[in-house]
Design a protein around this ligand. Sequence first.
Ligand code: CUA
Length: 335
Amino acid sequence: MLPSIRVAVAAALVGLTATIARAADVQTPAIFDTAAAPADAIADYAVLVIGICLAIFVVVATLLAIAVVRFRAREGETREPPQVYGSNQIELAWTVVPVLIVVILGLVTARNIVALQDVGPEEGVLRVRAVGHQWWWEFHYPDHGVVTANELHLPVGTRAVLDLESADVIHSFWVPQLAGKIDLIPNRTNHLWMEPARPGHFVGQCAEYCGTQHAHMLLSVVVQSPDDFEGWIANQQRDAVDDPAVREGREIFERTACVSCHVVRGTPADGRFGPDLTHLMSRATIGSGVAPNGRDELIAWITSPDHLKPGVRMPAMNLDEPSIEKLVDYLVTLR
Ligand code: CUA
């Protein structure tokens, strides 16, 4: 629907948001610069609604301007102008036209809601279980035996069906360029589908206030070619790298409370409270987008997680500096 208008609106808004984003040095998800089927439908719908509202505004503002100019009080005029009461034509016009507009919008809305909620056939879809935590995202690929955090990888051209759950409070999943917004509610599973149309890196945010660090629940979606996606899956399926050069760090990890909250597959670490660290270094950020994922940031994070992310559930382990260095030497091998 209205593809050329949408492209024009998208171009204008993308230009504007890109300018703001550059000024603020942030990556902005532009809702009109869509990259997946459900987001396309939502953007088309938004353009339709904005277009109808704009038309109403133009008609009303024009009539108002004409009335103000044409029927303004003139010099020497003392009497009120003639008043119009009970004109059937005018009454009908301003009743029927708005009713028609509401009916049209209602029908289009209903059609869109049904289409967006229909996750489609079971076959050929990529199933992902997404769990919201205070304050990070957990992603399971049950058909591949993969668990990761904060970075969702999807292949181009395949319909992904997300089963959304919460481990604690209500969160909300929203990657505007790919799909609509949907809440993750404790003791309930919601569903969302997205069919990415082009590769790229798309970001979103938790969209429901969920506690102190609600603002640091970055959603990062990496859409890849099917080959790249297969490569990513294959790497994620491997057990953690076991590099003898960093054995000391691994031993520190295994005898510290790290193991009661984190999984490192292939080691005794199988805590489920925090993110799976088996392929930690395959991710771009730590703390769900709070800092880039690098050696220095990991040292800062482990020394005092609360410093980077106040209120974070991960406690400081109070290890001495050399131990933290060795621990991070081990972590950076987890590719
Ligand atoms: Cu999670 Cu807001």
